[in-house]
Design a binder for this molecule. Structure first.
Ligand SMILES: C[S@@+](CC[C@H](N)C(=O)[O-])C[C@H]1O[C@@H](n2cnc3c(N)ncnc32)[C@H](O)[C@@H]1O
Length: 270
């Protein structure tokens, strides 16, 4: 079990959750969708505000069900409200730490974690727990971005500054920002043998996509746990963060602006 305390780098401020709420099963879990069937019991680990959770619940419903867990009671409340707003009744929400899941061996057909393992103290121990609660023949699915592989155009210097600062803070907090490239190695270290490793991207290149992505990161640069940690640790001043925020707005206003986020994915049969 993990014995290190980890700070969740992003936090739960409005611009952070604005980003997470844009996620769907289609844009964030397409590699898992061919495995899903009505009637399955699915565990969504680190469910955040629950938009992917709700999509997964629709796909395994009405006879199947989802247990959604997160380390934050605050975000679980928001996820429950989202799921209720969509009229779904086959999801239960519970507080849990992925390193120590309070479920019996083999309780789930599918165990899923999106953008979670990059934030935990011990991703191999987390995958061992995810494997333990998966039934024989079931699947463990994990997907994480890889910050060092993020790429964009044009070369706005403040975005390079943001990336270096983010990676420094995520590591200081006990996480691994370049998780995507490591997922296969973590899955193998967790004893998973039948593993399919893939990758997929998010691309922001239309005026609407640039306005969303650039505006969201401009806000997060000054209003998030990342921003608070940067100042508290003395890695950046408020003036630095405001400059980075302005850089994100400048990128968002670039008619030629393009940004790609690479993700690693693993789908492991237990
Ligand atoms: C980047 S968010 C992803 C949320 C959601 N899966 C999505 O993709 O929209 C990461 C989530 O993992 C949760 N988390 C972080 N460490 C955790 C842990 N050790 N156990 C369970 N959840 C954790 C955080 O509270 C946060 O809600």
């Amino acid at each position: 079990m993990a014995d290190r305390q980890v700070v969740y780098t992003h936090g739960y401020q409005e611009p952070v959750l604005r980003s997470h709420r844009s996620r769907t099963a289609q844009n964030s879990a397409a590699y898992l969708l061919p495995e899903l069937r009505p009637g399955q019991v699915l565990l969504d680990v680190g469910c955040g505000p629950g938009t992917i959770t709700a999509d997964l619940a629709e796909l395994v419903g009405p006879s199947g069900r989802v247990v959604a867990v997160d380390a934050s009671a605050e975000v679980l409340e928001q996820a429950a409200a989202h799921v209720a707003g969509r009229g779904l009744s086959n999801v239960v929400f519970e507080s849990a730490d992925v390193h120590q899941l309070h479920y019996v061996d083999g309780e789930f057909d599918v165990v899923h974690a999106h953008q979670v393992l990059q934030h935990v103290a011990d991703p191999v121990a987390a995958l061992c727990e995810m494997r333990r609660v998966t039934a024989p023949g079931g699947v463990v699915a994990a997907r994480d971005s890889d910050y060092a592989a993020m790429t964009w155009y044009p070369e706005v210097p403040e975005l390079a500054e943001w990336l270096a600062l983010y990676r420094r803070i995520a590591r200081a907090n006990g996480g691994e920002p370049d998780a995507g490239r490591r997922l296969l190695s973590w899955a193998r270290a967790a004893g998973l043998e039948d593993v399919r490793a893939t990758s997929a991207t998010w691309t922001y290149a239309t005026p609407e996509q640039r306005a969303f992505w650039g505006g969201m990161w401009a806000d997060r640069a000054v209003r998030s746990t990342f921003a608070e940690t940067a100042v508290a640790k003395g890695y950046a001043t408020l003036a630095d963060l405001e400059r980075i925020s302005a850089g994100w707005r400048a990128w968002g206003a670039e008619p030629d602006g393009w940004f790609a986020v690479l993700h690693g994915e693993v789908l492991a049969r237990v």
